[in-house]
Ligand binder design. Structure first.
Ligand SMILES: [Cu+2]
Length: 335
């Protein structure tokens, strides 16, 4: 479902919101890591949509922008009319009218209709973000699968759980890489992180957004995200993905993402969760399928060695047994 407003986006959003900041945004755009989805200096609009969900969020935003702009202009015109036509000098004896049935029906019914126009696409979008869409036959034939990653919010870091193709399940912790350069201890942390980033990805560390172990996803894969909290309520979000979901202890919430292009995507915990709420960013690296498999193999090695905050939740052998109950029962029957 695509609104006809997609085409109008540049015209409407850019003109209404960004016009005055256009030049400043162009100047500011050069300041960030190339191609990364993160806030820009003087940014006023959304980050560029990277998933189908965010494209729809953009469309919905544009629809709302048009509606609220029309309402604002209408109210402004009414106000100017009142000020000009009914000013004291022009209209010395005001009317004592207190009721007008048609007018009162209209100003009740019209807002209700406007709300209905907003509610329909709003609910449609809400349900679209709720569950990963089923794969098409062509996608299944091409061997595509819906993969699942679980994110858990902790005071004050995130942890992620992945399943390897062999059935092993691993977990790793993802902690902020650089808080800032003022406090000497943080400065040392940032310098070390910057060196690590330079060696590994040939770029600087992004203050407040980069982490030690980033989440990694294959490009164009449909990823079901399970999100929960370990202690208090956190909220997992990456603005460019359109996913924003509460991490509630004792409950697993679900949403999904599918990134169209590789790159770095950033977000921050979005539910005030304690003193270091501002220091538990979400960093995601979207890579090709081959790079993803290589990363997963490396992650599994780290998990087995229990290094870098990686650990094994479930070894593959046990899972293989569990996945083949029929064969196990058959063997048991023959004995
Ligand atoms: Cu949090």
């Amino acid at each position: 479902m695509t609104f006809p407003f997609r085409l109008a986006r540049n015209a409407a959003s850019a003109l209404l919101i960004r016009a005055g900041f256009g030049m400043l945004m162009i100047v500011g755009a050069g300041a960030s890591a190339a191609g990364a989805a993160q806030p820009e200096p003087w940014q006023t609009g959304f980050q560029k949509a990277a998933t189908p969900v965010m494209e729809r969020v953009d469309d919905f935003h544009d629809l709302l922008l048009i509606i609220i702009s029309l309402i604002s202009v209408f109210v402004l015109v009414l106000l100017i009319m009142v000020v000009v036509r009914f000013r004291e000098s022009k209209n010395p004896t005001p009317s004592k009218t207190t009721h007008n049935l048609m007018l009162e029906v209209a100003w009740t019914v019209v807002p209700v209709l406007i709300l209905v126009v907003i509610a329909v696409p709003s609910f449609r979008l809400l349900y679209y973000t709720d569950k990963a869409p089923k794969l098409t036959r062509a996608e299944v034939a091409a061997g595509k699968k819906i993969m699942t990653v679980k994110a858990t919010g902790h005071q004050w870091y995130w942890s992620y759980e992945y399943t390897t193709p062999e059935g092993g399940k691993l977990r790793f912790e993802s902690r902020i890489a650089c808080r800032g350069y003022i406090d000497p201890e943080n400065r040392r942390e940032c310098q070390a992180a910057s060196k690590r980033m330079q060696d590994k990805y040939a770029r600087k560390v992004v203050r407040l957004l980069d982490v030690d172990n980033e989440m990694v996803l294959p490009v164009s894969a449909t990823v079901r995200l399970y999100v929960t909290g370990a202690d208090v309520i956190h909220s997992w979000t990456i603005p460019a993905s359109g996913a924003k979901i509460d991490a509630v202890p004792g409950q697993t919430n679900e949403t999904w993402v599918r990134f169209a292009k590789p790159g770095w995507f950033y977000g921050q915990c979005s539910e005030i969760c304690g003193k270091d709420h501002a220091f538990m960013p979400i960093a995601l690296r979207v890579v090709s399928e081959e790079e993803y498999q290589a990363w997963l193999a490396e992650a599994w090695n780290k998990a087995r060695e229990e290094s870098d905050g990686f650990s094994v939740i479930r070894a593959p052998e046990k899972t293989a047994l569990r996945q083949a109950p029929a064969a196990a029962i058959e063997t048991a029957g023959k004995q």
